[in-house]
Design a protein around this ligand. Structure first.
Ligand SMILES: C[C@H](CCC(=O)NCCS(=O)(=O)O)[C@H]1CC[C@H]2[C@@H]3CC[C@@H]4C[C@H](O)CC[C@]4(C)[C@H]3C[C@H](O)[C@]12C
Length: 324
């Protein structure tokens, strides 16, 4: 499972948790403007917006899990197993292989508005990257500082939904996730009133009782409710430190500890990494399961006119600051 969120203070922040039982070999990867993207059906994109995100680099190609571009548009792919469906190549469409979707959009679009226009033409094609990297069943959240949408390619075609919650997890399909929030409209960050009965003198005996009933488990529907509640009620200062810190706290609400989701054979799902991209500054912040210190890569410290990928291996070990 994974959870993604878009958040705005002074700047725009976008990030996700990636939950899985093993790593694909992830690297924070910058794609500069002149790296040629060779699409399977759409020819070569010689120049494009620069982007930064987490990717598995294979054959010198950045297989992005999520990224933001230099214009502040962010996009993340999250598992959508059993529902995702990609088609065959179709005439008169922009045929984009599933693994090319993030470069296709972030390479050319400066905003969600621009992406919506491009999406009308897109046909997501079921071509795998390679034999060893087969199709991933995903859906996507696309967000800028003004709005967010969810993109789902299913049997009936591509659907683009406005995403006013600005969060995404996994199954069920997005309209059901949003409908399910109706069940939680009574949750509040404020103290509850006694609506139960005026014949009982019920009282708030501690803080935080307004959100009693917020689901605490790791299922994707529960994480959706939790991430939406925490994000939409989030209060933080708007400095870079306060915003980034708050963003990690928001995603901390859906953190998966190793041991709590047993997949059998000694495998456990856990939050392998959590990231927060500042879309305005092009800075990618991350923590990993084994390293709680926030590490950052700033794309503007690199030559964005370059032609070669710039990958950074993750800092995976805990860095403890001894005070004595
Ligand atoms: C595993 C992750 C989702 C985590 C998740 O949600 N786990 C819950 C399981 S569940 O919800 O219980 O089912 C997803 C998210 C993004 C994916 C990569 C996207 C690029 C590339 C596409 C290629 O085609 C295949 C290889 C490739 C590197 C992909 C590997 C893997 O698929 C990634 C990491």
């Amino acid at each position: 499972m994974c959870t993604a969120a878009a958040y705005k203070t002074k700047d725009f922040y976008f990030g996700r948790t990636l939950d899985y039982e093993f790593s694909f070999g992830d690297q924070v990867t910058i794609t500069p403007r002149n790296y040629p993207f060779r699409f399977r059906f759409q020819g070569t994109m010689e120049t494009h917006y620069a982007m930064i995100g987490m990717a598995h680099v294979a054959d010198d190609y950045p297989l992005y899990y999520e990224a933001v571009n230099e214009k502040g548009l962010g996009m993340a792919g999250l598992n959508f197993v059993g529902n995702a469906h990609y088609g065959e190549k179709a005439d008169g469409k922009d045929n984009v292989a599933q693994f090319e979707f993030i470069p296709w959009i972030l390479g050319q679009c400066a905003s969600v508005k621009e992406a919506l226009r491009l999406l009308e033409q897109v046909n997501l094609v079921n071509t795998p990257f390679s034999e060893s990297l087969p199709l991933a069943q995903l859906h996507w959240i696309l967000a800028d500082r003004d709005e967010a949408v969810t993109v789902e390619s299913v049997l009936s075609g591509i659907h683009v939904y406005p995403n006013p919650a600005g969060v995404l997890t996994n199954n069920p399909p997005f309209p059901e996730q949003m409908f399910n929030l109706n069940n939680y409209m009574h949750l509040s960050p404020k103290d509850p009133e006694n609506c139960f009965s005026d014949k009982l003198s019920l009282k708030t005996y501690c803080r935080g009782m307004g959100a009693l009933g917020l689901p605490g488990d790791l299922s994707s529907q529960s994480r959706f409710v939790r991430a939406a509640f925490v994000k939409l009620n989030s209060v933080s200062g708007d400095s870079e430190e306060e915003s980034v810190s708050q963003f990690f706290h928001i995603l901390g609400s859906v953190d998966q500890q190793k041991g709590c989701s047993d997949l059998g054979n000694g495998n456990f799902e856990m939050t392998l990494y959590t990231c927060c991209c500042n879309g305005d500054k092009g800075i990618y912040y991350y923590t990993t399961y084994g390293n709680h210190q926030i590490t950052a890569v700033d794309m503007h410290r690199e030559d964005l006119e370059g032609t070669r990928l710039i990958p950074y291996p993750l800092v995976q070990k805990e860095q403890i600051l001894y005070q004595n």
